[in-house]
Ligand binder design. Structure first.
Ligand SMILES: *[C@@H]1O[C@H](CO)[C@@H](O)[C@H](O)[C@H]1NC(C)=O
Ligand SMILES: *[C@@H]1O[C@H](CO)[C@@H](O)[C@H](O)[C@H]1NC(C)=O
Ligand SMILES: *[C@@H]1O[C@H](CO)[C@@H](O)[C@H](O)[C@H]1NC(C)=O
Ligand SMILES: *[C@@H]1O[C@H](CO)[C@@H](O)[C@H](O)[C@H]1NC(C)=O
Ligand SMILES: *[C@@H]1O[C@H](CO)[C@@H](O)[C@H](O)[C@H]1NC(C)=O
Ligand SMILES: *[C@@H]1O[C@H](CO)[C@@H](O)[C@H](O)[C@H]1NC(C)=O
Ligand SMILES: *[C@@H]1O[C@H](CO)[C@@H](O)[C@H](O)[C@H]1NC(C)=O
Ligand SMILES: *[C@@H]1O[C@H](CO)[C@@H](O)[C@H](O)[C@H]1NC(C)=O
Ligand SMILES: *[C@@H]1O[C@H](CO)[C@@H](O)[C@H](O)[C@H]1NC(C)=O
Ligand SMILES: *[C@@H]1O[C@H](CO)[C@@H](O)[C@H](O)[C@H]1NC(C)=O
Ligand SMILES: *[C@@H]1O[C@H](CO)[C@@H](O)[C@H](O)[C@H]1NC(C)=O
Ligand SMILES: *[C@@H]1O[C@H](CO)[C@@H](O)[C@H](O)[C@H]1NC(C)=O
Length: 556
């Protein structure tokens, strides 16, 4: 019995030792020095899953310890050399330069420093010290300056990601921190012939795309989003035999066109939106059997009708062809795209009715047909779109009565925009109690609602409420002055017949725009919060002096 236990323990002991090779002291101390050169700062990483992996890194305590057991460290099984360092989302904050002890890990094959904060450090040219490197991920890590030309010496690289090194000016405004010289991109692409992933999102390249990219025969992912690219997109890139993900969105000065697509193309994602891509969408696009996401919004494509060949891309989950010159009816072939989660054809020349077969698109989350010439009614079948979150149908010529009940069971719906049609929106107050969904955007301008819909009183998170020119008469319901007080940013109740007095101060503390012109408001002008940029009050029956508080508003 005793001997069996000893044997088991021995076996167990053996297994533990064997699992981790021992790393050379030199590499262990290099790692510890590297760890000590940073502060741990939760806010240095953006991911909610971030945590300091280096916390488990401890110097040897008497017994046998190997850095190969440390979190994020990978060693070669035979030699014990550190060959992988994965410190993605590790809350590291501090600078890094060519003197860093990191560069003593000369056997590194994979280095991931993504989602930390390197405090505007340059990418150290000594990166050339890693001749075996195959994976380099320096994305979203506050690196800045020139991308060093030494990168093109890393001829074994298959994975290179320098994306997202930006300064956030606000939530959706940013400035690129990394700059890549055209010539450096050229040599990078010419030398790194094994690249499978090249991701340079938000890197300021400011040049044309080198034709040699089309020689990267292993390339699977090419992401050049918002790189200030110009010139013509080398069309041969589309023919790369392994290319699955291609995005060149947000390069307004980049032109290009789609070639005839080949059955053998493995493309899964194709996004060229907000570029100068032009020409037609060839019907051979239907050959892209693997395509799941197609985004050509805001380009210069034109061919009259919405291409019916798109209807053959049955595995599409994402389709956005907005803001090109497509027009005509929504083709029936699109009825086969039942996997769509996002479907957008806004700002185009669509005519005719909204097809009721859209009600079968049970996975639809985002439907946007705004700014077209669609007529007819809002299909009752929309009540079957139980995953719908966003519905934009504003600025069309839709007509008829729209019952709120259509949307009542769409529990995820939080943005509903029906403004600027000629529909009549009807809510039955009886069934609209506090169980109604919470909206952030609600647009019912020109929808003849006749009164403030009673379900507004349960809305706690509205950011945008448009109910102008909607035949609203009488007073503002008391509860309205208590609705979405913290969240409302834009309120438009202009062009109605509202006869009421405002409270002295508008109750919505974060308003940026407010319009109540062309009504019958009386009393004195209300004081908006200091955040307001737009304040439209004309054509009412206000009296008294204009408060100096109003005159002194800086932003107005
Ligand atoms: C540590 O382990 C290695 C082999 O795994 C062995 O050669 C060495 O003697 C051990 N050192 C100590 C101090 O136990
Ligand atoms: C690097 O780490 C991040 C965050 O953990 C992860 O999302 C990313 O996929 C990793 N990169 C590579 C190349 O494995
Ligand atoms: C980041 O850089 C600034 C300016 O060089 C310096 O003052 C600051 O201490 C650095 N922060 C960290 C965490 O190293
Ligand atoms: C690197 O270290 C050397 C010697 O310690 C020093 O002279 C040099 O200024 C350091 N370079 C940087 C970029 O810190
Ligand atoms: C390309 O790689 C070769 C071999 O590694 C190297 O000699 C050459 O300098 C590299 N070219 C550039 C432009 O980095
Ligand atoms: C990008 O780089 C170009 C050329 O160096 C420069 O003129 C431009 O201002 C940079 N753009 C941004 C947004 O930093
Ligand atoms: C692509 O590779 C071929 C064969 O190696 C070479 O002849 C050609 O010049 C390369 N094209 C570019 C644009 O680099
Ligand atoms: C499709 O592409 C493959 C690989 O690039 C090529 O061999 C084949 O000839 C092409 N077929 C057509 C019809 O263009
Ligand atoms: C749509 O699917 C049906 C049923 O599979 C098929 O018969 C029809 O040809 C498809 N239409 C298009 C345009 O792909
Ligand atoms: C909703 O879907 C069901 C089942 O497919 C169908 O019977 C019903 O008619 C649809 N409702 C509407 C309003 O189209
Ligand atoms: C609210 O309306 C729903 C749907 O008509 C109904 O089932 C529920 O009982 C009502 N709840 C309250 C508190 O009135
Ligand atoms: C505007 O106010 C004046 C004076 O208080 C009143 O006589 C008039 O009827 C009001 N006009 C409207 C349209 O409410």
């Amino acid at each position: 019995m005793v001997s069996k236990l000893v044997l088991v323990l021995l076996l167990f002991h053996h297994v533990v030792i064997a699992q981790y090779p021992s790393c050379p002291d030199e590499e262990r101390s290099a790692l510890l020095q590297f760890k000590d050169s940073f502060t741990i700062d939760k806010s240095a990483s953006r991911s909610t899953d971030a945590y300091p992996k280096v916390s488990s890194w401890k110097p040897a305590e008497g017994g046998n310890s190997t850095c190969c057991s440390w979190e994020g460290v990978e060693c070669d099984e035979k030699t014990g050399h550190v060959i992988g360092l994965d410190l993605g989302s590790s809350c590291l904050h501090g600078s890094i330069n060519s003197n860093s002890s990191l560069f003593r890990l000369v056997h590194l094959q994979r280095l991931n420093l993504s989602d930390n904060n390197f405090n505007y450090s340059q990418i150290p040219p000594r990166i050339r010290n890693f001749p075996s490197l195959t994976h380099l991920d320096l994305s979203i890590s506050v690196f800045s300056g020139q991308v060093p030309s030494e990168l093109s010496l890393l001829s074994k690289l298959t994975y290179l990601d320098l994306s997202g090194n930006v300064d956030y000016l606000s939530e959706d405004e940013y400035r690129p921190l990394l700059k890549l010289e055209a010539s450096d991109l050229g040599s990078l692409v010419q030398n790194l012939t094994s690249l499978e992933v090249l991701s340079l999102i938000f890197v300021n390249i400011s040049s044309a795309i080198p034709h040699s990219v089309a020689n990267l025969s292993s390339l699977k992912t090419l992401a050049l989003v918002d790189c200030h690219l110009f010139g013509e997109f080398p069309v041969r890139i589309f023919q790369l035999p392994n290319l699955e993900f291609l995005s060149v969105r947000y390069n307004q000065d980049l032109t290009g066109y789609f070639p005839e697509f080949n059955q053998s193309s493995p493309l899964i994602l194709l996004k060229v939106s907000f570029t100068g891509f032009f020409g037609t969408i060839p019907s051979s696009i239907q050959n892209l059997h693997s395509l799941q996401k197609l985004d050509v919004a805001q380009c210069n494509f034109s061919e009259g009708l919405v291409p019916s060949s798109l209807g053959n891309l049955r595995q599409l989950t994402y389709l956005d062809i907005s803001a090109n010159k497509f027009g005509g009816l929504i083709p029936d072939s699109l009825a086969n795209l039942t996997q769509l989660a996002t479907f957008r054809i806004s700002t185009s020349r669509l005519t005719g009715p909204i097809p009721s077969w859209l009600g079968n698109f049970s996975k639809l989350e985002y439907l946007d047909f705004a700014f077209n010439r669609l007529n007819g009614s809002v299909p009752a079948s929309f009540s079957n779109l139980t995953n719908l979150q966003i519905l934009y149908l504003h600025s069309n010529t839709l007509s008829g009565v729209v019952q709120f009940q259509i949307f009542q069971n769409l529990q995820f719906l939080y943005q509903l925009q029906l403004s600027w049609n000629t529909i009549e929106f009807v809510t039955e107050s009886r069934i609209l109690n506090s169980t109604v969904q919470q909206f952030t955007v609600l647009g019912l301008s020109n929808c003849s609602i006749g009164e403030f819909p009673s379900f507004l009183q349960y809305q706690k998170g509205l950011t945008r409420l448009e109910i102008s020119e909607s035949k609203i008469r009488g007073q503002v319901p008391k509860w309205m002055w208590n609705t979405s007080l913290e969240t409302l940013v834009f309120l438009d109740i202009s062009g109605n017949f509202i006869s009421d007095q405002f409270p002295v101060v508008l109750p919505w503390v974060n308003l940026v725009g407010v319009r109540f012109s062309t009504n019958m408001f009386h009393g004195s002008l209300p004081i908006p919060p200091p955040t307001v940029l737009e304040y439209a009050a004309s054509d009412n029956n206000f009296t008294g002096e204009i408060s100096p508080l109003l005159c002194n508003m800086k932003n107005l």
